[in-house]
Design a protein around this ligand. Structure first.
Ligand SMILES: Cc1ncc(COP(=O)(O)O)c(C=O)c1O
Length: 368
């Protein structure tokens, strides 16, 4: 029996996965799997837990992290996990914890909301401009609310696409230092663009946990992400089985395959193809919606579309939905009760360019 999901009828443009690029991905992925099967005896590879990742996976993870850092970091500060979410859960539980506080952009990754509920911590949303958090408000929040940590997304922020300048990064890092606020940086959107500033963490490495996942640059379901801890000791303390949980670990096969992709240089092949397809889709956006009040750039996986006051976002989403397309409303991302009147749509979830064009036509029909 074939089970059908009703939502299949809707074209999903609310997600912001990287577009699929089978012409580039499939061959290198198969080669990487082959490489792992030849290099390792299966039971040797899979027979025991690898808490922070095998030595090979951590070394190659360090090389991957080095794509965004001034140099390749030491492997003993790297933890390999099954995704950014798992790393966040571990860090938020350990660094913020029950009754603690987390500062974050007033519009941010919606998953932080259930994490706060599950772990019992409070959110301190910070006002933003086109670069992300405003230093003055951030400092006021740090002074009055004393957050333990700041969840930062300084590069192609989700959902607003904001990119912090170097000066803003320096200012925010300094405030974190001054108020003892740990930085948890999620840099997941940083690998498609070629010309963005270095991570916020590089301006205060001693208080930063720097996370670089593969889900938005290589493929959404690879389930491998890397985190660089401020010290080797901190990495060991936060990610060890004595905390009575091991859900963060990636399956050794996944970790090894991504290691091989890194080792073979295949990561560039995939990222280049994802970037190219994303750019091609952005050309279509510019053609269709060029005059709209929107924010994005050709190497960003989502578009933030502001709406006029007389067209509430919720009605806009319903209008697009009536045409068979799903986009997401700004309140999804709101960490306070004052979301702007806007929607987000993604570049990569439609299966091909033709489907993307169909979705775009629906958005333009309702917008224009
Ligand atoms: C900011 C951000 N971090 C992390 C993720 C998901 O990462 P992972 O699949 O590695 O848990 C997403 C996906 O939407 C995201 O937007």
């Amino acid at each position: 029996m074939i089970l059908t999901d009703k939502s299949n009828a809707l074209l999903n443009m609310s997600g912001n996965l990287p577009p699929k690029v089978p012409h580039a991905f499939d061959a290198v992925y198969k080669a990487a799997v082959q490489n792992v099967l030849e290099a390792f005896a299966p039971n040797e590879l899979i027979g025991a837990h690898q808490f922070r990742g095998s030595q090979r996976d951590r070394s190659l993870g360090a090389r991957f992290l080095g794509r965004r850092l001034p140099q390749v970091p030491p492997a003993d500060r790297v933890v390999v996990a099954n995704g950014t979410q798992s790393i966040l859960m571990m860090l938020l539980a350990g660094l913020v914890g029950r009754n603690g506080r987390l500062a974050l952009e007033s519009l941010s990754y919606p998953t932080l909301l259930p994490f706060a509920r599950q772990l019992g911590f409070q959110l301190s949303p910070v006002a933003m401009d086109e670069e992300g958090v405003l230093p003055d408000h951030f400092e006021a929040v740090c002074r009055s609310e004393r957050p333990a940590a700041y969840y930062a997304m300084p590069t192609l922020q989700n959902p607003t696409t904001a990119v912090m300048s170097i000066e803003r990064r320096q200012a925010i890092a300094e405030i974190c230092r001054q108020y003892g606020v740990t930085i948890i940086e999620d840099d997941i959107y940083s690998l498609l663009p070629k010309n963005v500033p270095p991570p916020l963490s590089t301006f205060a490495p001693e208080i930063s946990w720097y996370i670089l996942g593969t889900a938005k640059s290589l493929a959404a379901a690879l389930k491998v992400a890397y985190v660089l801890a401020p010290t080797a000791r901190a990495a060991e303390e936060r990610f060890w089985p004595g905390v009575r949980a091991t859900y963060w670990m990636c399956a050794p096969m996944n970790g090894s395959v991504v290691s091989s992709l890194i080792e073979m240089g295949a990561v560039d092949v995939v990222i280049d193809a994802v970037r190219e397809e994303t750019r091609a889709r952005h050309t279509l956006v510019a053609d269709r919606l060029g005059s709209a009040n929107m924010r994005s750039r050709p190497d960003c996986l989502h578009v933030w579309l502001s709406l006029p006051a007389n067209r509430p976002a919720i009605e806009f989403v319903a209008g697009v939905r009536a045409l068979g397309v799903e986009v997401s409303v700004s309140s999804t991302y709101a960490m306070d009760n004052a979301p702007p009147n806007a929607v987000r749509f993604g570049m990569g979830t439609p299966p091909d360019r033709a489907a993307f064009e169909r979705g775009l036509a629906a958005i333009a029909d309702v917008y224009l």
